[in-house]
Structure formats: structure tokens, C-alpha cells
Design a protein around this ligand. Structure first.
Ligand code: DGJ
Length: 694
């Protein structure tokens, strides 16, 4: 059993790591250890003592309480903040008892309660031993008769070993330019990474990594994420006593939850891990976990899709889509997706959202004819929807103007001419479940792209059952309910999550969607960087990447394909305008991808030379059995003569012989890794080299 309990507390052990908690001499539940697994349970340090600091307000700045509620002299960033019915606004948590469940995966529940009020708090720990990950979340329960107003409830506090010499890596971006890595030294004070947009957004990802001089392959990295598709908050706090801690959970900005008697509140789960093998290993751990444990069809290779958006925009009908489908099938595409524009009155982005039935002018006999054509060409059919949205110019809005998120006295802010349906409302949920279920029952649809193209404004909910500010959480819960119900009714459908590109890329949405549309920016040299950031915490099979016409004036088609082949390959260019040579080149890249996709989608990924830092980059994928691999090398633009860098392959069996395409005689895995190889490329040239074990 990997959960050990003793008089000093609890030790949670995964394959290579351990996490220890205990109760100190004044009864405070404190963090003890998070790092490499040690030989004996007795090896882990005892709980931090409060004695020395007890008489000063430094206590909580030094002693790492496992889950601090705001109370007394706790000026540190707390995890829990509530107001009781009598206006008392601090929460004094005392340890009550614990429960270990030897299920698979095993869990530890630590139960705390307020020393005076009927507020009960359970800290949950679920161990994913094989992945070296611990999932943590919190349940609140009001066992009294009066509501308690919860103003902050994080999922976890994560304490680093004593010290203030850490760096934080996080991601920032914007529409068309997502997933920039930012690494910075943590200094005393509080650093906040958050979203206030009802989706995680392009601006920040719910992910962090903390290190002390780690590299891609070496060094300690503590990392984590929040499985939540809404507002999140990650704080990194360094106290004046050189104590460094991370908090992660729902954003408390404009948040409140009226905790009614006997109605528990459960936070989303945080998932965190530790490795001594650098940032690369941290990514691989998350890749495996997402593929194996989160996404619905993690074992099925993704089909190569064609998406018509960039070719036709809203101008879709049976004839034009069928002619694109014909060429798509010829070049080897397996799934044809019709994007925006197919439904009632949708000719531009100013009408139609909400009315999820085929437009009578464009599809007088429905979309069945197109689907048949696509299926007859040997491809599956997929469709675009944006269920959470409504255009004021739509039948739905005219019938239910009260369904949108709004403050009644404020002008509604439109964005892309659209408003957001309040997914927290049961009637909205029912409408969407029925409308989309009908679509899926009546048509042979194998794939749905679920889009979401604006952030929230005027976040009001006039007839909210509790506090209006619950909308931030209830919206996401409603989204999950609708999507979850549809998934249950149509288990074989593959779903893709999109929010104007990568605006909703998180472990929460991946419970429903197998893929994420990475970015609306499909220009290949920009894509290299966007993809590198994405792959820090999400696996390649979830990363949908189309080859389009962006960059075609400068960047060869082959380069564009190679970039997209680093994830789940798709095509989105206007095939009607591609010439014969383009079609042949596309067909040959698609044939190659079909041969290697199991390595890319299910193997280990190694970032050999970063594209975000260099104009010459290399990335390798290796099958789990180390037998087959593929090396992608890209040169974007380097304006002068260049010393080609050594590329050191990774992950191979040291003593086995391997060939690398184009490099003649086999060499040992160790030789490829230690001595390396060089690949010479011209500007805007790329190569894909296959690696095979003899
Ligand atoms: C935004 C998406 O990111 C695009 O791929 C496309 O689906 C459009 N929406 C359609 O309106």
C-alpha cells in the first residue's frame, strides 16, 4: 500500500516520489516533504514545529500549513476564505480524522473542521503511482442550518523544500499566439497566473513548473495543473523566511459560493508531480497520464482530417464541400469536417448561432447528401458547432433573450456579434442536449468540433438560485453536463475542443474532447513555437495541426506538413487551388504520417533543440518499446552562415544498434545520444528522419 500512516502523519509514495504530511506539536496539519522517494518510511522528516515561531506573526510564513484557512495572523496566501452567517470571516481548521481507501488508485482523505462553526473540510489525495502524480481536491460541507459564504476555496497548497532560489515557468499568449513559455526567478512576494474569462483563455494556461536550475533532461522539477475549463488561479509565494509555496484552484476573483446546509461543494482536481529528470520528463509524465487516464479514446489513433474553414469560410454547400472532399480522399484524408456556415441563416458571423439545424438555402435536403458523398469516398464525416453561443439575430435569441449572460441594466457587450448562453441554467442545458442529440441521431456524424469564440462580459445571472457569482463555476459544470450527456449518448463520436484556437486547453475539457484545436494561427514557423508550448503539458495526439495556405509564399508545402506531423495531422488549405504537384506531395506526406503516427501519437516526445529559443530546432518521438523513432528538424530563418548544432537523440537503448535515415551504418543508441549527429538545412527547410532499432 503506497499510503503509510503513522504517529507522525502520512507518507504517500509513488514509483519514484513521495509526499508527506503530519500534525505538529500544536495540532497544525503541516506539509513535511515532497521529492524523491526514500528507502524507509521513517526517512521522511517530521512535521515542521511551530514552537519557535508561535509567538510571532512569522509562524505561517515559515511553518507550511497543508491547507491554510484565513484566520488569526495568517498573512500568507490562504487556501480557504469564508464568511459565516454571523459575519465572522476567519476559519480555524482543526484536524479531525482520516480515511485511506485501498482502491485503485488509492486515496487518502484528511478530514478537518472549523473549531466553532459547522464547516467540514476534506482534503482528498489520489495517488497515480505509475505516473508519479498526486491528484488533490477539496470538499466543503456545511453541517449547520445557515448558509456559509465561501469566497475562496483552492484545490491544493504545494510546498517546495525550504529555500527561495526557485524559478517558475508558466505560459502566456494571446489569440493566434498561444503557449509562450516564460521562466523567471521567484522572489519574495506573490506571483499570480490566472484567468478571469470563464475559459482558461489564450492568455495563460492552468499549468506551472518550478525548478532549481533544471534543464530539459536533468534536475528537479515540481509541476502541476488544474483540471478545470474555467477561471483558475495559480499563485507562487515566497515568504521572508525563504518558504516557497504554490496554490492552485478556482479563481477567487469575483467568486462566491453560498454553501447551503447539507449541499457539499467539491473543487476541481489539481494534479501535480515531481521529477529529477528535467522539464522533458515532466512533460512525458503528463503526456502519458492524459493519454492513458483522461481522454476518452486515448488508445485510438486519430484520423487525418480535412477541415474546410480556411478554404470556404461560411460559404458552404453540398457541391463545394463535396468537391473538396473528393480531393481530400485522393490525397489520403480519412475524416472530412465541415466547419462553420452550415446551419440556419449562417452566412456571416452575425447570425445563426443557436439554431442548430441545416440552412434550408445551402442544404435544402439537409446535410445527409453531403455525408453520404463523404462516406462513399471512404471518409468519416465531422461537423462544427458552437453550442454555448447565440447571435442576437437568431430564432433562439428571439425566443429566449433571457438565456444569455448579462447584467439587466448594462448594455450587452457583443464580441464577434455574439452573446454567451448561460450554461448554468437547466433550460439552456436541456435545449442544447436535445438540439445536438437530434443532430447526432439523424446524421452519420463521427466527429464534432466544439468551438467557443468569446470571453465573458457582464457576468450576471438574475434568477440565480444562490449567489450570482456562482456563475463562474456553475457555467463550467453546466458545460460538462451537456458535453458529458452527449458523450454518454454517442460514445463513439470523437470531439474536438476549440476556443478560437487554444483558448480552452486543459485537463478538464480533455475528459470530453479527444483533441484540441491548438491555434487559429497555422503559419508554420509560428506554429512550431505554439506547438512546443502546448506540448509542455498536453500530448501530441491531442494537438490538432492543419496544413493550410498560411505562409505558402515563403514556406514549402513539405515544411508545412512536417510541422503539422508533429501532432495530430490535419489539412485545412484550399485543395481546389493546390496544383497536381501539391496534391502529390501532400499524398506522400500523408502516407508517411500514416506509417509513423503511432510513434508520434503514442510514443515519448523529446524536445532536442527548442524552437522557442532557436531558429534551428529538433524534436524526436520514440515508441514506448524504444524500437522505432522519428526525428523532425526545422530551420526557419537564419540570416548568416551557421554552425549546425549537434543533435543528441534521446531515450534509446544504449547497447542496441539503431539506424537513422540518411546516416548509413547503424550505431549504438549510446552513440546517437552521446556523439549525436548534425543535419544541414537551408532556410525554411525541414527533414523527417526515421529511426529504427536493428
Ligand atoms: C474559430 C476557430 O478557431 C476556427 O478554426 C473556425 O472554426 C472558426 N471559429 C469558425 O467560425
Amino acid at each position: 500500500m503506497p499510503i503509510h500512516s503513522s504517529s507522525t502523519g502520512w507518507v504517500l509514495e509513488t514509483r519514484n516520489t513521495a509526499y508527506a504530511i503530519g500534525i505538529n506539536e500544536i495540532g497544525l496539519l503541516t506539509h513535511r516533504y515532497w521529492g524523491a522517494r526514500l528507502p524507509f518510511v521513517e526517512d521522511y522528516p517530521p512535521p515542521f514545529k511551530s514552537a519557535y515561531f508561535a509567538s510571532t506573526d512569522g509562524l505561517h510564513h515559515f511553518v507550511p500549513e497543508e491547507y491554510p484557512g484565513y484566520a488569526g495572523t495568517k498573512y500568507i496566501d490562504p487556501c480557504l476564505k469564508v464568511t459565516f452567517a454571523d459575519e465572522v470571516r476567519d476559519v480555524v481548521l482543526v484536524y479531525e480524522d482520516f480515511k485511506v481507501t485501498a482502491s485503485s488508485p488509492p486515496t487518502l482523505d484528511l478530514r478537518l473542521k472549523d473549531s466553532f462553526y459547522p464547516l467540514h473540510v476534506t482534503l482528498h489525495y489520489r495517488l497515480h503511482e505509475e505516473y508519479d502524480l498526486i491528484e488533490r481536491w477539496v470538499t466543503l460541507e456545511n453541517r449547520g442550518d445557515e448558509p456559509i459564504l465561501v469566497e475562496r476555496v483552492f484545490s491544493a497548497k504545494l510546498t517546495l523544500p525550504p529555500g527561495a532560489d526557485y524559478s517558475l515557468t508558466h505560459m502566456y499568449g494571446r489569440h493566434n499566439d498561444e503557449f509562450h513559455m516564460q521562466r523567471e526567478s521567484l522572489t519574495p512576494g506573490l506571483k499570480v497566473i490566472e484567468s478571469r474569462r470563464i475559459i482558461p483563455s489564450h492568455r495563460a494556461s492552468p499549468w506551472f513548473a518550478i525548478d532549481r536550475n533544471a534543464s530539459e533532461e536533468n534536475g528537479e522539477v515540481w509541476f502541476g495543473t488544474l483540471a478545470w475549463s474555467g477561471n483558475f488561479k495559480i499563485t507562487a509565494e515566497v515568504t521572508e523566511f525563504a518558504s516557497t509555496r504554490i496554490s492552485i484552484g478556482l479563481n477567487d476573483w469575483d467568486f462566491a459560493w453560498k454553501l447551503m446546509p447539507k449541499q457539499p461543494f467539491t473543487t476541481p482536481a489539481s494534479i501535480s508531480g515531481y521529477t529529477q529528470n528535467g522539464f522533458g520528463a515532466a512533460s512525458q509524465i503528463f503526456h502519458d497520464y492524459v493519454r492513458d487516464e483522461i481522454i476518452p479514446h486515448g488508445k485510438i489513433p486519430h484520423k487525418i482530417l480535412y477541415n474546410s474553414w480556411e478554404a470556404t469560410l461560411f460559404d458552404v454547400d453540398e457541391k463545394s464541400q463535396s468537391s473538396l472532399a473528393k480531393i481530400a480522399a485522393q490525397i489520403g484524408v480519412e475524416l472530412f469536417v465541415m466547419d462553420d456556415g452550415w446551419f440556419h441563416n449562417r452566412n456571416l458571423d452575425n447570425a445563426g448561432l443557436g439554431d442548430w439545424f441545416p440552412d434550408k438555402v445551402k442544404f435544402p435536403n439537409g446535410i445527409g447528401g453531403l455525408i453520404k458523398n463523404v462516406n462513399d469516398l471512404g471518409m468519416d464525416f465531422g461537423l462544427w458547432v458552437e453550442p454555448e453561443m447565440v447571435n442576437p439575430n437568431s430564432d433562439l435569441y428571439r425566443a429566449h433573450p433571457d438565456w444569455v449572460i448579462r447584467f439587466p441594466t448594462r448594455t450587452l457587450t457583443e464580441s464577434r456579434n455574439q452573446l454567451i448562453l448561460n450554461m448554468a441554467r437547466a433550460d439552456v442545458q436541456e435545449y442544447l442536449i436535445e438540439a445536438l442529440d437530434k443532430l447526432l441521431c439523424e446524421n452519420n456524424i463521427a466527429f464534432i468540433k466544439w468551438d467557443m469564440n468569446r470571453s465573458v462580459s457582464e457576468p450576471g445571472w438574475a434568477d440565480a438560485p444562490g449567489d450570482q457569482r456562482e456563475i463562474w463555476v456553475r457555467y463550467v459544470q453546466g458545460l460538462y453536463k451537456v458535453w458529458g450527456t452527449l458523450r454518454q449518448r454517442h460514445p463513439n463520436v470523437i470531439w474536438q475542443s476549440c476556443a478560437s484556437g487554444g483558448g480552452r486547453a486543459d485537463f478538464g475539457i480533455l475528459q470530453f474532447a479527444d483533441q484540441i484545436w491548438t491555434s487559429d494561427n497555422t503559419e508554420p514557423t509560428a506554429r512550431l513555437n505554439i506547438q512546443e508550448g502546448y506540448l509542455q503539458f498536453l500530448p501530441a495526439n491531442t494537438m490538432e495541426a492543419w496544413v493550410t495556405d498560411w505562409g505558402k509564399e515563403l514556406v514549402p508545402l513539405e515544411f508545412r506538413f512536417h510541422v503539422s506531423m508533429c501532432g495530430s495531422l490535419g489539412v485545412g488549405g484550399n485543395l481546389l487551388e493546390w496544383d497536381q504537384a501539391d496534391h502529390e506531395s501532400a499524398a506522400s506526406c500523408i502516407r508517411l504520417y500514416k506509417d509513423i503516427r503511432h510513434i508520434i501519437q503514442f510514443g515519448d516526445q523529446f524536445r532536442l533543440i527548442s524552437s522557442q529559443k532557436n531558429n534551428f530546432s529538433a524534436v524526436q518521438y520514440l515508441s514506448k518499446d524504444q524500437a522505432e523513432g522519428v526525428l523532425f528538424v526545422f530551420r526557419t530563418y537564419i540570416p548568416e552562415r551557421f554552425n549546425f548544432p549537434m543533435i543528441h537523440l534521446r531515450g534509446m537503448e544504449s547497447d542496441a544498434l539503431y539506424t537513422v535515415e540518411g546516416f548509413g551504418q547503424p550505431r549504438s543508441g549510446r552513440a546517437w545520444m552521446e556523439a549525436g549527429l548534425t543535419v544541414e538545412l537551408k532556410n525554411l527547410q525541414s527533414k523527417v528522419l526515421r529511426i529504427s532499432r536493428k
